[in-house]
Design a protein. Structure first.
Ligand SMILES: Nc1ncnc2c1ncn2[C@@H]1O[C@H](COP(=O)(O)OP(=O)(O)OP(=O)(O)O)[C@@H](O)[C@H]1O
Ligand SMILES: [Mg+2]
Length: 440
């Protein structure tokens, strides 16, 4: 803290006798003192120095004390310096005017030394306290804003982790459980198909060598429609094998989608992530009574494997594709039947390698798009235009945090109301190796 004895006082007065009296007295008391003869030279000097307090005469040639005060209050560097006006007892100046201009006090000539000193010290103290207070309020505000941001961030992290671990573990668990019985069915189907062919061959041999079987056999053959059965059974087998193959693919997709990430980045194929996410969202892409099928156009480029956290990237893809489907559904609800037929719902997914360091994924829908206002706020934490229970407004905020903070990439969005939206993810090919936090 500046002790009053080190404080710098500026005297602005055109009367040399007054100045001398004040100067000597203040110096004797221990202040550092600076003098200006009029308003203009005071303003000039204040460009170089910053006194702790100004004693300002009202009546001066050139700009008077009031005007000088008004100008000082308009300049950012000088507006906070306390100003005390000096007037002669005989002057009939408007004291209120000075105070309204921002001065803190008045002293009258001839000066009572004790009074002048008391007022100067009082205002120096108030000024110092105000500044300390302002600074600590500013520091507190900054600390609170920082804490709020950290809190929101960790909330995002919690939601993200919860979403991932609850859903992910369930999905991974189910996929794992399905895998064993499906493996059993598909493995045995191969043998069953072989046995079936063997039995059909054997039956053919019987028919060839015993063309006249006994009545009971003939009756049974008719009852079970043997000719049809022989034709249909191999077809059934083929369809069943296809079905099992599909279940296997779905379960692999579920496991790919719900991969739990380690704390080190791993190489992965982004197309696998997109395909497994599309497979999981498949039920929402199909035609339903109130909306036609959503066509997915894939334009995949040649991409190398990239490093990162595939489980989290899948979550980003899921959020972006779900947003596209929501936007298509909403656009659809606002259209008439003819417009619906003229306007097919489409999601286009393009991937390409941008340069030696990065790849890009563009997801474009021809849904309802966003207004400029919505587009500006879309990435905000908890911003949603969807009804309660449908959207939480976290999708894009979480996705941006995963892409930018976790992967050092970019997530951007371009949209036109009524025409559609394109979201672009840029991801670096390589990730810096992370320091492992070891618990000892
Ligand atoms: N493809 C898109 N087309 C049109 N509007 C979109 C699209 N993607 C996002 N938006 C707008 O941005 C808002 C925020 O999206 P975000 O994914 O963060 O939250 P949400 O989808 O509303 O809810 P959540 O994803 O948490 O379930 C949406 O409510 C929507 O208004
Ligand atoms: Mg969303």
């Amino acid at each position: 803290m500046t002790s009053p004895f080190q404080s710098l006082i500026m005297i602005v007065d055109d009367n040399p006798t007054n100045v001398k009296v004040l100067f000597d007295f203040l110096r004797e008391t221990g202040f550092r003192v600076l003098v200006a003869q009029d308003g203009e030279s005071a303003l000039e000097k204040l460009e170089q120095v910053c006194p702790d307090l100004i004693l300002l005469d009202v009546m001066m040639p050139g700009i008077d004390g009031f005007e000088t005060c008004r100008r000082l209050k308009a300049i950012e560097t000088t507006q906070k310096i306390p100003i005390i006006f000096m007037t002669a007892l005989s002057d009939s100046v408007d004291k209120i005017k000075g105070l309204k201009l921002g001065a803190v006090d008045y002293i009258t000539k001839p000066f009572q030394h004790e009074e002048v000193l008391a007022r100067i010290n009082h205002h120096l103290k108030v000024h110092h306290l105000t500044q300390t207070l302002e600074q600590s309020v500013a520091e507190r505000t900054a600390a609170l804003a920082d804490a709020l941001e950290k809190l929101q961030h960790s909330q995002l992290q919690v939601v993200q982790n919860e979403k991932m671990s609850a859903l992910g573990q369930l999905v991974a668990g189910v996929a794992h459980e399905i895998n064993n019985p499906v493996g059993c069915v598909s493995g045995n189907l191969v043998h069953a198909q072989q046995y079936m062919h063997d039995l059909i061959d054997l039956l053919s041999l019987y028919q060839q060598h015993y063309p006249q079987p006994i009545g009971e056999i003939l009756q049974k053959a008719e009852e079970i429609d043997l000719d049809y059965l022989r034709e249909d059974l191999p077809r059934l087998m083929t369809v069943m094998k296809e079905g099992v193959g599909r279940i296997r693919k779905i379960s692999t997709s579920l496991r790919t989608f719900s991969r739990t990430d380690s704390d080190q980045p791993t190489p992965f194929n982004i197309h696998d992530g997109i395909d497994s996410t599309l497979m999981i969202l498949g039920y929402r892409l199909k035609a339903s009574p109130d909306h036609p099928e959503i066509e997915v156009v894939k334009q995949y480029g040649q991409l190398p494997e990239i490093e990162g956290f595939p489980g989290e990237i899948n979550q980003v893809l899921m959020n972006l594709l779900a947003n596209a489907i929501d936007a298509l559904e909403e656009a659809h609800q606002n259209r008439g039947f003819d417009a619906m037929r003229a306007h097919s719902s489409q999601i286009r997914i393009q991937t390409r390698q941008v340069n030696a360091q990065s790849i890009e994924i563009r997801i474009r829908d021809n849904g309802m798009g966003m207004s400029d206002e919505v587009q500006k706020r879309a990435f905000e934490y908890a911003f949603t235009t969807k009804p309660m229970g449908k959207g939480t407004g976290l999708g894009l905020a979480i996705s941006r945090s995963i892409v930018t903070e976790k992967h050092g990439g970019q997530l951007m969005c371009q949209s036109r109301l009524g025409e559609g939206t394109e979201t672009t993810i840029v991801l670096p090919l390589r990730q810096p190796t992370r320091e492992l936090v070891r618990l000892s």
